[in-house]
Design a protein around this ligand. Structure first.
Ligand code: URA
Length: 283
C-alpha cells in the first residue's frame, strides 16, 4: 500500500482511497480547501475559574469561513416543502411530467447531496409496483432503483415467482440518495411523499408492495415493526380514493444482513404470486 509523504500531502492512490472511504461513510461536502489539524492546535486551558474564563485559542481563519452556499436551505418561494411538492406532483399528468417536476423541485435537501434523481425502473402499468426506501450508492451512480446487491436479490425473488423487471414497476419513497445510506428523515420523507403517491396513481398498479419499514410506515401507516407487519395485506388508498391491495415485505437489504429471514420473504413472495394468480382487474 502506498504511504502518505511526510509533508502531509497525499499521493494519488491514497487520496482516491480516502475519497472513496469518505463518500461511503456519508461525507458529502468539503467545508475548507485545506484540512485543519485540530490535534496540532494548542489545547484549551483547563484552569478555568469564575474570575478567569477558560482560555480558548483563536479559531484558525479557515474555521470561520461561511459554509458553502449549497448548505443553505432551498428557496421555496414562500411555500413549505410538502405544499410545494403537493402542487407540483398534482400538476403532473403523466410519469414523464412527474419526473420533470421532481427535477425542478428544490424542497428536499437530499437532492443537493445526491448525484442524480433515481426515478423508476420497470414498466408503468404493470400489475405490481414495488416501493423501497431510497437509493443507495449504486443507484445514485447509475440512476435506477435497486441495482446494487439488494436489487440483485430482489431480481432473484422476482424470478422465483416468474417475474422480472419487464413485468413490474419499481420506485422509492425518496428518489435521492440519503448521504451515507442513512434512513431519510421525517422531513425528507414528507417533502417527497406527494411525488411517490402521484407516481403510484400514474403507474396504476393493481398491487403495491412496500419493501421495508420506511415504505410500509409512510405509505400504509404501519405502526408496528416490519418484522411483525410483513406478510400482512393492507388497503392502500390512492389519491383518487380508489383502494388497491398492498403487501408489506421485508427489505432485500435486510435479508442480506439476516439470511434466516429469507424463509419469511419467500412466504410473502408466494402470497404475492397467489394474489396475482387470482382474477386480474377488469380493464
Ligand atoms: N434500497 C432501496 O430502498 N432502494 C433502492 O433503490 C436501493 C436500495
Amino acid at each position: 500500500m502506498a504511504m502518505a509523504p511526510d509533508d502531509g500531502t497525499l499521493d494519488a492512490e491514497t487520496a482516491a482511497a480516502a475519497l472513496l472511504w469518505w463518500t461511503a461513510t456519508g461525507v458529502g461536502f468539503t467545508l475548507n480547501e485545506r484540512p485543519t489539524d485540530h490535534f496540532a492546535a494548542p489545547a484549551p486551558s483547563i484552569e478555568g475559574r469564575p474570575d478567569r474564563p477558560l482560555a480558548v485559542p483563536a479559531a484558525p481563519p479557515a474555521l470561520v469561513r461561511p459554509p458553502l452556499a449549497r448548505l443553505e436551505p432551498p428557496a421555496l418561494a414562500g411555500a413549505s416543502a410538502p405544499t410545494a411538492a403537493a402542487e407540483l406532483a398534482a400538476s403532473a399528468q403523466d410519469l414523464s411530467s412527474l419526473r420533470a417536476a421532481l427535477e425542478r423541485f428544490e424542497g428536499c435537501a437530499l437532492k443537493r447531496t445526491a448525484t442524480q434523481l433515481v426515478f423508476s425502473d420497470g414498466v408503468p402499468g404493470s400489475r405490481v409496483m414495488f416501493v423501497g426506501e431510497g437509493p443507495g450508492g449504486d443507484e445514485d451512480r447509475i440512476g435506477r432503483p435497486f441495482v446494487g446487491r439488494a436489487g440483485q436479490l430482489l431480481d432473484r425473488m422476482l424470478s422465483a415467482i416468474g417475474l422480472d423487471r419487464s413485468r413490474v414497476y419499481i420506485a422509492n419513497v425518496v428518489p435521492w440518495r440519503p448521504p451515507g445510506n442513512r434512513t431519510p428523515t421525517p422531513e425528507e420523507t414528507q417533502a417527497c411523499l406527494p411525488f411517490i403517491k402521484r407516481q403510484i396513481d400514474l403507474a396504476d398498479p393493481e398491487i403495491l408492495v412496500c419493501l421495508g419499514a420506511l415504505s410500509a410506515q409512510t405509505l400504509l401507516g404501519v405502526k408496528s415493526g416490519i418484522t411483525r407487519a410483513r406478510g400482512s395485506w393492507f388497503s392502500y388508498q390512492r389519491e383518487d380514493e380508489r383502494p388497491i391491495r398492498a403487501l408489506a415485505m421485508l427489505h432485500p437489504a435486510y435479508l442480506l444482513r439476516q439470511p434466516s429471514q429469507k424463509r419469511a420473504a419467500w412466504a410473502d413472495m408466494r402470497a404475492l404470486a397467489a394474489a396475482l394468480a387470482g382474477a386480474p382487474r377488469p380493464q
